[in-house]
Write a protein that binds this ligand. Structure first.
Ligand SMILES: *Cc1c(COP(=O)(O)O)cnc(C)c1O
Length: 390
């Protein structure tokens, strides 16, 4: 079955009696048991059904659909992408453990390593995201997890996941991947060596900027330990949000195809602008890791970076403040276009990667017509040039 068909059919359990296209939103706390024997169990260790804190039929349907798209053995919905990432790290790391973390990771993930994980005695070593099999030199006997994100937040380098996971597996460390940019449609996490995959479903899965949601999927026998430990925190995803995630998934292949085409068109157009030093987009040949992108990815999504030629921050503000179609906001992946000034926080790999120290912008290209978006940006560049004139 193709993924397009899977997105339409997965997570649609047959009801008892009437058949509707969509499953109901099951709002619940209490689950009633038909007998004392049923109340006493036993229950499935991964998908407990005796209390709505462990999930509802709505979250189970969303999880089933996510697992089908990723090719996973199981999935767990959590209330945000950040919750999915942080609760998974907290669940699998104990005091004294060592974590390898890619240097271009999503900022709040870095904050969690430097904050909570550091406080409980987990040591984090940041590594060059382009090091590939060179990760071998950084693995220690107590390295439990290797965290990857590809392409990276803000700077979009593509990682060699098969090389990293090949080494990590030999040394007994699990590989985690933040797959939010590509989703399971454009990068198959478990075909490339990930053990656990994390996503901000808030972005492309929900797809309409109207809910926060996260999901963790896994392959192999880690599921029972992962779910029981994450459940110790008691943070289930809300059924209404799971419903929105499931509804978003149904149209995700059509939306992503449009995001990909529009974003690539704008990326190439913007690359030729005199105000622009460089565009950071994995499908462009000069993006670090582009060959890996071509080898491993099935396509690109709508988010990329733009490095401007050096210019005062006031000029950038003149450009951004007057945009009509591009909104200024952080959480991307919805139907609308966004632009923000971005910052790459690094501790082991230098940024900028080349010579420029111009300002960095991050663009999300939505579903608007590209001619309208180009006109909006064109007027923005004119304001930038006017503001920069002495
Ligand atoms: C947005 C994002 C997250 C966090 O997701 P939330 O749902 O906003 O908590 C995690 N990782 C990446 C790469 C993201 O872009």
């Amino acid at each position: 079955m193709d993924d397009k068909t899977r997105l339409v059919t997965a997570g649609r359990p047959a009801g008892d009696g009437l058949h509707y296209v969509n499953p109901p939103v099951q709002r619940a706390s209490t689950v009633l048991f038909p007998s004392m024997a049923a109340l006493r169990g036993p229950r499935d260790p991964i998908r407990q059904t005796g209390y709505a804190r462990y999930g509802t039929t709505t979250s189970f349907a969303f999880e089933d659909a996510c697992a089908a798209i990723d090719g996973a053995d199981g999935a767990l919905a959590l209330p945000s992408g950040k919750a999915a990432i942080n609760l998974t790290l907290a669940a699998l790391l104990d005091p004294g453990d060592h974590l390898l973390m890619c240097d271009h990771v999503y900022g709040p993930t870095r904050d969690f390593c430097d904050g909570y994980l550091s406080r409980i005695g987990v040591e984090t070593t940041y590594y060059d995201p382009l090091l590939g099999a060179g990760i071998a030199e950084l693995l220690r006997p107590n390295t439990k997890l290797v965290f990857t994100e590809s392409p990276g937040s803000q700077t979009f380098e593509v990682m060699d996941l098969p090389a990293i996971s090949g080494v990590a597996r030999q040394r007994g460390a699990l590989v985690l991947l933040d797959n939010t940019w590509a989703t399971g449609l454009l990068f198959k996490p478990f075909d490339h060596g990930a053990d656990i995959c994390l996503q901000a479903a808030t972005k492309y899965l929900v797809g309409h900027s109207d809910a926060m949601l996260g999901v963790v999927t896994w392959k192999g026998d880690i599921g029972e330990k992962l779910v029981s430990r994450v459940n110790e925190f008691g943070a289930p995803a809300a059924p209404d949000d799971c419903y929105l995630g499931l509804r978003g998934l149904r149209s995700m292949s059509a939306r992503l195809a449009q995001h990909e085409a529009h974003a690539f068109e704008i990326a190439k157009w913007i690359q030729d602008r005199p105000e622009v030093e460089r565009v950071l987009h994995p499908a462009l040949p000069d993006c670090p890791g582009h060959a890996l992108f071509k080898r491993d990815f099935l396509g690109s999504s709508g988010l990329f970076g733009v490095v401007l030629r050096p210019v005062a921050v006031e000029s950038v503000a003149a450009m951004l403040d007057g945009l009509r179609l591009f909104g200024m906001g952080f959480s991307w992946g919805g139907f609308e276009s966004l632009i923000i000034p971005a910052k790459a926080k690094r501790t082991v790999t230098p940024w900028p990667l080349r010579t420029t120290d111009g300002p960095l912008l991050r663009l999300h290209i939505g579903l608007e017509h590209t001619a309208d978006l180009k006109a909006d940006l064109d007027a923005g560049f004119a304001r930038l040039r006017a503001a920069a004139r002495p």
